[in-house]
Design a binder for this molecule. Structure first.
Ligand code: PHE
Ligand code: ZN
Length: 882
C-alpha cells in the first residue's frame, strides 16, 4: 500500500505552543490565480512553553512563498527552510514582527479548504487546517490572535467584501480595485478566520439583544436566491432569543453575517461573525424545499449561531477536543429544535440517526472515542461519534444533573473559560464543581469507544409486592481497546400498570423522580434496582427518551412491547416499542427466508400497527414515524454476516404485507389528512404531509394490481403545491419502475434542471431506489449535465446515497463497488476530504457474505495502492484493512 509514511498525531504529544501570535494584519489582493496574501504578525515566545530557544516553525501547505520580513528587514528565502508543510526560521528574537507574503490560486483550489472560488464567489474554509493554505501560521486552535483583514479586489467582479468582525474602512483604489478593512475585536484561533468577496445581494434584519443592543443581521446570496432567505432569517432570530432565554448568552458583535455558497464540504461553518453556509442550509421556499429542508435549516442556523459561545468564545485546546464544541453545540441545537417543534419527533429523529450511523461506526474499524487520542487526518474525525455521540454524552450529564444544576454548570464553564482554548476535562470539571458531584466514572464516556449493551432482567415477587430490575452493562472491544471499563449512565424508566397508567408515583423506591420518570444511575457492571409496594406486576418502560446511547438486548415479550406502544406516557418509548417490534419481526422473517421457510407476518405486530392506523395520535408526525420500518442500515447491525439482498427482501416482504393487510386504513389516513392549500410549517401541517407520504410509500406497493393507487401518487405529484408533497409522491414512485415513474421523473427534471438544490433531490431519489434499474440509471446520471464531481452536494446526492443503497451497491457482481471505487480514485486528487467520506460503505466489509467480502477487500487494496493517495483516504483504507 502507498502512504505508509504518514505519521499519526497523538494526544499525549500535545505541548503548549512555543510562540504566541497576539495580533495579525492580513492583506489580500484577490485574483482568480495569483492572489497575494500579506500576513503581518506580532509574535513572542510563550512564557509557559516547555522550550524557550527553538526555531519558529509555521505550518503552510500549497503556498508559494514570495517574501519574508522580520522586524521590517527582508530575509533571504535561502536563509529559511521551506518544506511541503512547514516554514522554519532559526534564531528569532523573543519578540518580533514577521511579515510574510504568499501567493495562492483560488481558482485551482478544488479541495474547498483555504481560499477558493465557488460560483464566482471568493470564499475561505479554514477549519480544521485550511488557514495554512492561505499563509504560513501557527495553525492550531490554542493560538488566539486579534485579526485585521484588508481585502482588495476588482470592484466590478466583487462589489461585496466581507471578513470577520466590524467594517472599519472602505474605499476605491486604482485600476478598478476597491478595498474594505475589517477588524475583529475578539481574539480567535485561525480556524475561525473567514473572508468572502463577490457579487452578492444582502437581506437585512435586526435583532435587539436582551440587554438592548442592536445587532444587524445579514444574509448574503446570489441575486437569483434573494427571495429564499426568509426562513433562515426567522430561524436566526429564534436561535438568538432562545440562547438568551435558556443559557443566558447574548450575541457580542454589532453585526452577524451569513453567506450561502454552492460548493461546500460540510453543512456550514461558524467563523466569527461571518458564517459560511452550504446553500442547502439557507435557501428555502415552499415550492422548492421540503419540510425536512425547512427543519434542517432551522437546526443548522441555530447550530452555527450557538457556536459563538460554545466554540468561539470558548474554543478547543487541540483537535482531540473537537467534541468539546461539536457535541455540546449539537446538544444545544437539538434542545432548541425540540423547543421549537415537537420534542418527541425531534428525539426520535436524533436517535434514528445515532442508531443508523453512529452505532455502525462504533462497531467497525473506524470506531473511536468521543475524545480520540490519535489520528492521521483530522478531517476524518468530523464524525457522527464526535458530533452525535458527543451530544448524547452532554445529554446524559444534563439528565444526571437535572436542568437547573446543568445550567449552573454551564454558567460556571462560561465564567471560568471565556476567551480560552480548553479541554473536555475542563468542561466536565466545571459541571462537577457546580453540581458538587464526582464525575470520574462518567468521564469514561470520553475515552472509551464502542456502544454499551445492556441486559435487563425483571423479577416480580407477588407476595411482597416487590419488583426488581437487574441491569448489566458490557461494551464490546474496539480497535486498540480490548478491555472496557464500566460506564456511569442515567436510565430513565417508568412502570406501567395494567390500565396503561404510570405506577411510578405510587411505588416506594430510593430513586429520584423526574416528572413521570424515575432516574436510575447505573455505575457498576451489574446492579439491582428495587421497587417496593408495587401493586401489580408492572410493564417496564425502559430507557425513556433514550436517556443513554446504548443497545438494550430485547427482554420484553411482543405483547408487552405492543402494550408500551399503545400506552406509555413517554412518546419516545411508544415509538421505540414500534421500532423494536418491527426490527424483531423483520429479523425473524429474514431467518425464515435464509432457512428457505415461508415468511409470515407476526399477528401481534400486525394487530399493533392496525391499531395505530385506526387510532392516529394528534401528533401526526409521530404516527408517521411509528409506521416507518427500521432502515436496512440499522437492521444489518444485528446480523452476524450480512446478506444485503436477503435483508432487503425480508424487509420488503414485511412492508408489502402491511400494505396489503392495512390498505383500507392507510387509504383512509391518506384522505383524512389533506394539508391546507397554503403552505404553513406548523406541526399539524408537517404531520399531515409526512403521514400522507408514509401511506403512499406503502400503498404504491399494491400498484401492480391496483392501478388507481399509482394514480393517487401521480395525482399528488401533479396537484401538490409544495415540494414536500412532490417529493413524497416521487419517492414512493421510485420503488415501482414503469412508464408512470419515468414520465414523472422526466417531468420533474425538465421543470427543475436549473435549480441545483432541487436537482440534488432528483439525483438522490434515483440513487436510493430499490428498483431493478438503479445501477444503470446511476451510471447514466454520472454523465448528466447537472452532475459534477467538483460539487460536494452532487457527489453526496448521487454517489453518497448510492453507497447506502444496500441491494444495489452490494450487487453480487461487484459492479456497485467498482462504480464507487472508480469515482473515489478520480475524486481523491481533487477533494480528498470528500473522497474519504465516500469510503464509508467499504469500511465494514468484514461483516458481509464471503463473496462480497472478497470483492470489497480487493477494492480496498486497489484504492490503497493508488499513487499519490491522500492522507485522508489512506487512513480509512488502512484502518479498514487492519
Ligand atoms: N464546524 C462546522 C460545524 O459543525 C463543521 C465544519 C467542519 C465545517 C470543518 C467545515 C469544515 O458547525
Ligand atoms: Zn458545529
Amino acid at each position: 500500500m502507498n502512504g505508509q509514511n504518514f505519521q499519526p498525531i497523538r494526544l499525549i504529544d500535545y505541548r503548549p505552543p512555543e510562540f504566541l501570535i497576539d495580533e495579525l494584519l492580513l492583506t489580500f489582493r484577490l485574483k482568480q490565480r495569483g492572489t497575494l496574501v500579506q500576513a503581518s504578525s506580532m509574535i513572542r515566545r510563550n512564557p509557559s512553553a516547555d522550550r524557550r530557544n527553538g526555531p519558529l516553525r509555521l505550518c503552510g501547505e500549497q503556498l508559494q512563498l514570495v517574501e519574508l520580513r522580520l522586524d521590517d528587514r527582508r530575509i533571504s528565502l535561502q536563509d529559511v527552510c521551506v518544506t511541503d508543510w512547514e516554514l522554519i526560521i532559526e534564531n528569532v528574537p523573543d519578540v518580533f514582527k514577521l511579515q510574510i507574503t504568499t501567493r495562492v490560486d483560488p481558482e485551482d483550489n478544488t479541495a474547498l479548504s483555504g481560499l477558493y472560488r465557488s460560483s464566482a464567489i471568493y470564499c475561505t474554509q479554514c477549519e480544521a487546517e485550511g488557514f495554512r493554505r492561505i499563509t504560513y501560521f501557527l495553525d492550531r486552535p490554542d493560538v488566539l490572535a486579534r485579526y485585521t483583514t484588508r481585502i482588495e479586489a476588482p470592484q466590478e467582479e466583487c462589489p461585496v467584501l466581507l471578513a470577520n468582525g466590524n467594517l472599519v474602512a472602505a474605499g476605491e483604489m486604482d485600476d478598478g480595485f476597491h478595498f474594505a478593512e475589517w477588524q475583529d475585536p475578539f481574539p480567535k484561533p485561525s480556524y475561525l478566520f473567514a473572508l468572502v468577496a463577490g457579487d452578492l445581494v444582502k437581506i437585512e434584519d435586526e435583532f435587539v439583544t436582551a440587554s438592548g443592543r442592536r445587532v444587524t443581521l445579514q444574509i448574503y446570496v446570489h441575486e437569483r436566491n434573494r427571495n429564499k432567505c426568509k426562513h433562515a432569517m426567522v430561524s436566526l432570530k429564534k436561535a438568538m432569543r432562545w440562547d438568551e432565554q435558556v443559557y443566558g448568552r447574548e450575541y457580542d458583535l454589532d453585526q452577524y453575517m451569513i453567506v450561502a455558497v454552492d460548493d461546500f464540504n460540510m453543512g456550514a461553518m461558524e467563523n466569527k461573525g461571518l458564517n459560511l453556509f452550504n446553500a442547502k442550509y439557507v435557501l428555502a421556499d415552499p415550492r422548492s424545499a421540503t419540510d425536512q429542508d425547512y427543519l434542517a435549516i432551522e437546526g443548522v442556523i441555530a447550530h452555527e449561531y450557538f457556536h459563538n459561545w460554545t466554540g468561539n468564545r470558548i474554543t478547543c485546546r487541540d483537535w482531540f477536543q473537537l467534541s468539546l464544541k461539536e457535541g455540546l453545540t449539537v446538544f444545544r441545537d437539538q434542545q432548541f429544535s425540540a423547543d421549537m417543534n415537537s420534542a418527541a419527533v425531534q428525539r426520535i429523529e436524533d436517535v434514528r440517526l445515532l442508531r443508523q450511523f453512529q452505532f455502525r461506526e462504533d462497531a467497525g474499524p473506524m470506531a473511536h472515542p468521543v475524545r480520540p487520542d490519535q489520528y492521521l487526518e483530522i478531517n476524518n474525525f468530523y464524525t457522527v461519534t464526535i458530533y452525535n455521540k458527543g451530544a448524547e454524552v452532554i445529554r446524559m450529564l444534563h439528565t444526571l444533573l437535572g436542568p437547573e444544576t446543568f445550567r449552573r454548570g454551564m454558567d460556571l464553564y462560561f465564567q471560568r473559560h471565556d476567551g480560552q482554548a480548553v479541554t473536555c476535562d475542563d468542561f466536565v470539571a466545571a459541571l462537577a464543581d457546580a453540581a458538587d458531584r464526582d464525575l470520574t466514572r462518567f468521564k469514561h464516556w470520553y475515552v472509551q469507544a464502542g456502544t454499551p449493551r445492556l441486559t435487563v432482567t425483571e423479577q416480580w415477587d407477588e407476595r411482597h409486592c416487590t419488583y426488581v430490575v437487574t441491569v448489566a452493562q458490557a461494551t464490546p472491544a474496539t480497535p486498540g481497546q480490548p478491555d472496557k471499563l464500566p460506564l456511569h449512565l442515567p436510565l430513565l424508566v417508568g412502570l406501567l400498570g395494567s390500565d396503561g397508567g404510570d405506577l411510578a408515583a405510587r411505588v416506594s423506591c430510593p430513586y429520584e423522580r423526574r416528572g413521570n420518570d424515575l432516574l436510575l444511575e447505573l455505575k457498576e457492571v451489574q446492579q439491582d434496582f428495587v421497587f417496593r409496594e408495587v401493586p401489580e406486576k408492572p410493564v417496564l418502560s425502559f430507557l425513556r427518551g433514550f436517556s443513554a446511547p446504548v443497545i438494550v438486548n430485547p427482554f420484553q415479550s411482543r405483547e408487552e412491547a405492543a402494550f408500551v406502544m399503545q400506552h406509555d406516557s413517554d412518546l419516545f418509548n411508544r415509538w421505540d416499542a414500534a421500532f423494536s417490534l418491527a426490527e424483531a419481526v423483520i429479523l425473524e422473517c429474514l431467518a425464515k427466508l435464509v432457512a428457505a421457510e415461508t415468511m409470515e407476518l407476526d399477528p401481534v405486530y400486525l394487530e399493533a400497527i392496525h391499531y395505530l392506523v385506526g387510532h392516529p395520535t394528534d401528533d401526526r408526525s409521530l404516527t408517521a414515524l411509528a409506521l416507518q420500518l427500521p432502515a436496512e442500515n440499522h437492521l444489518l447491525q444485528a446480523l452476524k454476516q450480512i446478506d444485503p439482498v436477503a435483508l432487503h427482501e425480508a424487509r420488503r416482504f414485511v412492508k408489502q404485507e402491511l400494505a396489503g393487510r392495512l390498505a383500507d386504513g392507510l387509504l383512509n389516513l391518506y384522505h383524512d389528512n389533506e394539508p391546507s392549500a397554503t403552505y404553513r410549517l406548523t406541526g399539524d401541517q408537517v404531520g399531515r404531509r409526512s403521514l400522507r407520504a408514509v401511506c403512499l410509500d406503502y400503498l404504491v406497493l399494491l400498484g401492480e394490481e391496483q392501478q388507481d393507487l399509482l394514480e393517487l401518487c401521480a395525482h399528488q405529484y401533479r396537484q401538490g403545491g409544495t415540494m414536500t408533497e412532490k417529493i413524497g409522491a416521487l419517492s414512493a414512485l421510485a420503488q415501482v419502475p414503469g412508464a408512470l415513474r419515468d414520465e414523472i421523473f422526466d417531468h420533474f427534471e425538465n421543470q427543475w434542471r436549473s435549480d441545483p438544490l432541487v436537482m440534488d433531490k432528483w439525483f438522490a431519489l434515483q440513487a436510493a431506489s430499490p428498483a431493478a434499474d438503479t445501477y444503470d440509471r446511476v451510471k447514466k446520471l454520472l454523465d448528466h449535465p447537472a452532475f459534477s464531481l467538483k460539487n460536494p452536494n452532487k457527489v453526496r446526492s448521487l454517489l453518497g446515497v448510492f453507497g447506502q443503497n444496500h441491494v444495489h451497491f452490494h450487487h453480487e457482481s461487484g459492479r456497485g463497488y467498482r462504480l464507487l471505487a472508480d469515482r473515489i480514485c478520480q475524486l481523491d486528487p481533487l477533494n480528498p476530504q470528500l473522497a474519504a467520506r465516500l469510503m464509508q460503505p467499504f469500511v465494514t466489509w468484514r461483516r458481509y457474505t464471503k463473496d462480497r467480502r472478497q470483492l470489497m477487500e480487493q477494492i480496498l487494496q486497489e484504492i490503497g495502492g493508488q499513487a499519490g493517495i491522500s492522507r485522508d483516504v489512506y487512513e480509512i483504507v488502512s484502518k479498514s484493512l487492519a
